[in-house]
Design a protein around this ligand. Structure first.
Ligand SMILES: [Zn+2]
Length: 190
């Protein structure tokens, strides 16, 4: 895996710095934030060194977020979290401190009585509010984004969807080829 010699998260990946690890696989590691905002505040990071989310390949990102989901679910089940915030600061302008992509999974508890979400951090930009449609026209994505994984998702062995009517899905109908897996079913990271 690519790493940055000076990067603190790469050092955690290489086990040169200890961390409270809660999950690890060949591509992703999750550990608790050393400055937790709430009990169980975890970070999920790719093992490849990229600074921001847009620099990571689609397949790697898809896997990263599958792990984010499992971490969140696990925090509910093991620590009794009632909800959670998924937060990622990308770029110093957005408050990113460690320049290695990381997703915060911040468990929230009913008894904290704060109920503050992301919206509380920033006031509404009234000018942007008044120009929503103009801005949407400018920001529109004009190409179709294909899913990173096929329907017969080989990467997810944990939660197969139950077939309600017992019918096999028509895999022949997929409009694209899977280029996303090695022969052993491990996702390729580009
Ligand atoms: Zn790094």
């Amino acid at each position: 895996m690519t790493s940055d010699l000076e990067c603190i998260f790469c050092k955690i990946i290489e086990k040169k710095i200890p961390a409270a690890v809660i999950y690890e696989d060949p591509y992703v590691i999750s550990f608790l934030d050393i400055n937790p905002r709430f009990k169980g505040h975890a970070l999920v990071i790719p093992k490849v060194h990229v600074s921001t989310l847009d620099e990571l390949g689609d397949e790697a990102l898809a896997h990263l977020f599958v792990v984010v989901k499992h971490v969140a679910k696990n925090l509910k089940e093991t620590l009794g979290a009632d909800g959670y915030n998924i937060i990622s600061n990308n770029g110093s302008v957005a408050g990113q401190v460690v320049p290695h992509l990381h997703i915060h999974v911040v468990p929230r508890y009913a008894d904290e009585k704060k109920g503050i979400g992301f919206e509380a951090t920033f006031p509404v930009d009234e000018e942007a509010k008044n120009k929503l449609h103009e801005i949407a026209e400018k920001a529109k994505i004009k190409h179709e984004i294909k899913p990173a994984f096929r329907k017969d998702d080989k990467a997810d062995t944990s939660e197969k969807e139950e077939k309600k009517d017992g019918k096999e899905e028509n895999k022949e109908a997929l409009p694209y080829e899977s280029e996303y897996f090695e022969d052993n079913g491990v996702p390729k990271f580009r």
